[in-house]
Design a protein around this ligand. Structure first.
Ligand SMILES: [Mn+2]
Length: 393
């Protein structure tokens, strides 16, 4: 069976909204013409509360895809998922889509419309001829909690089938700066293939002879050096255990470091112009320039960016090297810092604060549980739930 693995479409991502839609569409169309089944490990949408026009984009995309003929069909689901179709289009919500327990997230909407299967905490069996594949999913949650959820759900492979585990988290070995990230050896054992979303550049990792594949996002969001590679998706063949990466026509991205030591503003303009014109690309690539060294004239980034804000053949972003505040700010603008989403950061700060609170010591509830409850968009519901919980405990 051929299984396409595509991830992190970020529909509704404001900065490159058309790219998000068009590139997801191309990936989905190509994948459905090649593969027997589709696997989407999270962040179909950029937000957990997308506006109706963004939800419409999702519905439109998946209505087209779900109307195609697939080699495989989904025959069974066990666990906490939503299945109203037998089309083998299987997704989990990512960290961008996550809402509190029991509240529908945007992936649920697509699942309720019968356009895909939400395998949030579930195992889905798909079948093609005599072959069956079991796919176990856990949706994206805070990294602090993922470890516990894995332990609690304890995903197990199903004997005799090809077993896939898919999730949406940071993994410590790939991003070794936060101990909360799950370690490779804490992932459930015994699966034939591991799939992760969340990380926006493509990655492959050997896990005791099995593969962990991360297809990367289909749209540029973070503008990091590693994101220069053309976007695409994996196709894994469960019979031959081989896989390939299929590229899509994603917007090109160039990450360029410029030495501006002792240069005046005109020289810098000339160098930037030269780099842009070297490419002379009608498809309007994105350039991110990192200026290194101390220039002769004092450079204002906003002035520089203004000069390049309306080019016809390029989208320009300029940063100075070592300007941490600046980088942090552009990180915040992109919804992440060093690959950690703002949401995860908020959570870490909240958890640290709450666990130090004197009053909290009398509560019989873990900080993460408290956070989950408070995340409910409806204030009254959250307070009611909290009282209920405290009473029961
Ligand atoms: Mn993402």
């Amino acid at each position: 069976m051929k299984i396409a693995i595509l991830s992190d479409f970020h529909l509704g991502y404001e900065r490159f909204r058309e790219d998000a839609f068009n590139q997801a569409k191309e990936a989905l169309e190509k994948a459905s013409s090649i593969a027997d089944a589709l696997l989407i490990p999270g962040d179909i949408f950029d937000s957990r509360n997308p506006k109706p026009d963004v939800i419409a984009e999702g519905l439109r995309l998946f209505r087209d895809i779900a109307s195609k003929d697939f080699g495989a069909r989904a025959i069974e689901i066990e666990g906490r998922g939503t299945k109203f179709t037998d089309k083998p289009i299987i997704a989990i919500p990512g960290t961008h889509e996550r809402r509190s327990e029991g509240v529908e997230d945007p992936v649920d909407l697509l699942a309720l419309a019968g356009l895909l299967i939400n395998a949030r905490e579930a195992r889905v069996i798909i079948e093609k001829g005599n072959e069956k594949v079991a796919i176990f999913g856990i949706g994206g949650i805070s990294d602090e909690r993922f470890r516990d959820v894995v332990k609690k759900i304890d995903p197990k492979p199903k004997e005799g089938l090809f077993n896939i585990f898919f999730f949406h988290q940071s993994v410590y070995e790939l991003l070794p700066f936060n101990e909360n990230f799950i370690k490779m050896d804490e992932l459930p054992k015994g699966f034939d293939l591991y799939i992760d979303g969340h990380i926006h550049n493509r990655l492959e990792y050997d896990l005791n002879g099995k593969k962990l594949l991360i297809p990367g996002s289909t749209v540029l969001t973070q503008l990091k050096e590693k994101e220069q590679e053309q976007k695409g998706f994996y196709v894994f063949d469960t019979e031959t255990k081989t896989y390939s990466y299929i590229y899509i026509n994603s917007r090109k991205f160039y990450f360029i470091e410029l030495n501006v030591e002792n240069k005046d503003i005109e020289e810098i303009f000339n160098e930037i112009d030269k780099k842009i014109n070297e490419k002379d690309d009608k498809s309007k690539p994105i350039f991110k320039f990192i200026l290194k060294g101390k220039s002769k004239t004092n450079l204002s980034l906003s002035e520089l960016e203004k000069r390049y804000s309306n080019l016809e053949n390029a989208i320009i972003e300029i940063d100075k090297e070592g300007e941490e505040v600046n980088n942090a700010l552009s990180g915040i603008r992109e919804g992440n810092i060093e690959g950690i989403t703002i949401r995860d950061l908020q959570q870490s700060i909240f958890l640290e604060y709450v666990s130090k609170m004197e009053e909290f010591k009398d509560f019989n509830i873990s900080p993460i549980e408290l956070l989950d409850i408070l995340e409910n968009d409806k204030k009254e519901e959250a307070i009611e739930e909290l009282f209920e919980k405290l009473r029961l405990n």
